[in-house]
Design a binder for this molecule. Structure first.
Ligand SMILES: [Zn+2]
Length: 448
């Protein structure tokens, strides 16, 4: 199908590309894997027609940081915070993760990836800190390939213990085996624990290895109590902060560290919902906006958070407004501008594509980019009548509105249903894996 022409016709098209524009009614023409035209009344002889009347047509959402392997552990830690003996760092990473076999990482990933697709996310950065053995890596990549998503596989070793001395060889091996071709759905990054969780010299070596392999870097910094130990300034003095790096959370960083990220061209991933509820510190949305940097958004962990970007958009814009209104009510003047719905929808699409190193391929509906497109139903009772399409997506919709999902021109969800997914089989695998991990780790499911 991807070698053919496809016309998405008569939709409300949000290209989110200022040069292309947005339209109350227009078409999107796809040829092969790419968008070839966006505009009203396109002429497309012999194209397969996708009727998008009663739909908003927009770029797929981009999630820039999720520990996808945790899929079979979803909602397990909703009343826990990050730190402490009963916190998620201890529970998920030190208790449950060590029980994972390669097949558990595979199934966790499958569950997480299909749920992301179902929610209209077409690109995800899989922060895959479950590479206990070389077999775990093959298992996770198999799931990424099977999902059909555009994904950044961010290789992460289990950073809650000393890394296996073979890790560096495995990383080189994986880069050569799976990522020597650049023109594919999967790209490669290194998931670095960061210079507050591991010794500085090891962090430096990790980043140097990423540059040697031409891989982007994704790193947690300024996280909770550990953030006070952050050596970001020292990494900066060593010339290691560059534009190929995405900094996650940044909640307890100093202004000097925040400025250094901006000055060196870095990108940022905020998971404001988990940051607020789990004790990472205050999401630094305004501190970055003040410096002209718009963050990307990320789900982080389904152990605590829902799987979608609607939640992330509403979380971060609500927080930003609350902080400004709080200052206003305290009599402060010269306040910053409020984020708009357009700002935050771009954080969840275009800024995500930038942070994943994929802005040339996805993030807007621009002719020449890959056809990563979602269709959102506007004829459902939760959203009609649509009066402001961008406001409707950001504030009114949820995953039930995600009718269709295309990645590189290929349909992966149509008419509200994932295609080519055996849900009965997936359900059986998920419960078997969950039961194995619980039994092996000695952890019991919560009482209700
Ligand atoms: Zn994370």
């Amino acid at each position: 199908m991807t070698s053919q022409r496809m016309l998405i016709r008569n939709g409300c098209v949000l290209s989110l590309d200022k040069k292309v524009g947005n339209f109350h009614q227009a078409d999107v023409l796809i040829e092969g894997t790419k968008i070839s035209a966006v505009g009203p009344n396109l002429n497309a002889a012999e194209a397969e027609i996708i009727d998008a009347s009663d739909m908003i047509v927009m770029p797929g959402f981009v999630d820039t940081h999720r520990h996808v392997w945790e899929g079979v552990l979803r909602n397990l830690a909703t009343d826990t915070s990050l730190e402490g003996d009963a916190g998620t760092l201890t529970l998920i990473l030190k208790t449950l993760a060590p029980a994972y076999r390669p097949q558990d990482a595979y199934i966790g990933n499958l569950v997480g990836l299909y749920s992301a697709l179902d929610a209209g996310i077409t690109t995800i950065l899989d922060w895959s800190d479950i590479q206990t053995t070389r077999d775990h890596t093959d298992a996770v990549i198999k799931a990424l390939q099977e999902s059909g998503m555009r994904a950044v596989f961010a290789y992460g070793y289990p950073w809650w213990k000393d890394p296996d001395e073979r890790q560096e060889d495995w990383i080189r091996d994986v880069a050569g085996q799976y990522f020597s071709a650049k023109d594919q759905l999967l790209t490669f990054a290194l998931a670095s624990p960061g210079p507050e969780f591991i010794p500085l010299e090891r962090a430096k070596a990790h980043w140097q290895l990423a540059r040697e392999l031409d891989a982007r870097i994704s790193v947690h910094v300024g996280v909770g109590t550990a953030g006070k130990l952050c050596k970001l300034l020292e990494m900066g003095k060593a010339g290691l902060l560059r534009e190929d790096t995405t900094y996650i959370h940044c909640t307890t960083l100093s202004d000097e560290e925040i400025q250094l990220i901006v000055d060196t061209g870095g990108t940022v991933s905020l998971s404001s919902a988990s940051e607020m509820t789990m004790g990472y510190g205050m999401p630094p949305i305004q501190r970055f906006l003040n410096r002209g940097l718009r963050p990307s958004l990320s789900v982080d962990a389904e152990t605590n958070m829902p799987n979608d970007m609607f939640t992330q958009m509403r979380s971060v814009i609500s927080l930003q407004h609350a902080m400004i209104f709080d200052r206003k009510l305290a009599g402060k003047h010269n306040l910053p501008s409020f984020m708009t719905s357009r700002d935050v929808i771009e954080c969840a699409t275009l800024e995500g594509a930038r942070a994943n190193g994929l802005a040339h391929k996805t993030g807007t509906l621009t002719p020449g980019k890959e056809a990563d497109i979602i269709l959102l139903s506007t004829d459902r009772p939760n959203i009609l009548p649509v009066n402001d399409p961008i406001g409707a997506v950001v504030w009114g919709m949820d995953t039930s509105n995600v009718d269709s999902v295309f990645v590189a021109g290929k349909a992966l969800k149509r008419h509200g249903k994932l295609l080519n997914v055996d849900l009965d089989h997936l359900r059986r695998l998920a419960y078997e894996s969950r039961d194995y991990v619980m039994a092996k780790s000695g952890f019991s499911l919560p009482e209700i």
